[in-house]
Design a binder for this molecule. Sequence first.
Ligand code: FES
Length: 83
Amino acid sequence: MTKPNTDAGMPIAITLDPGTYDRCACGGSQNLPFCDGSHSSDGPRPIRFKITRRQKVYLCSCGKTGNRPFCDGGCGFSPDSES
Ligand code: FES
């Protein structure tokens, strides 16, 4: 069974080292927000992205973003509002 990963409504702030990551899109991972390979072949596929320098990123968890897997503020969040 798969479920949309749209229940949280706000981005996941996480600091990542350089590398390639797979953002879980099915909601079935035991290693959220990252894919653990448990998705089915006919459901949502993970979203692969690369980070080139250590940085804090905001991963969308509402499903409204136009810049997957990153939050684009469509949820109302602004990174400037974080202190
Ligand atoms: S968490 Fe989805 S647009 Fe911000």
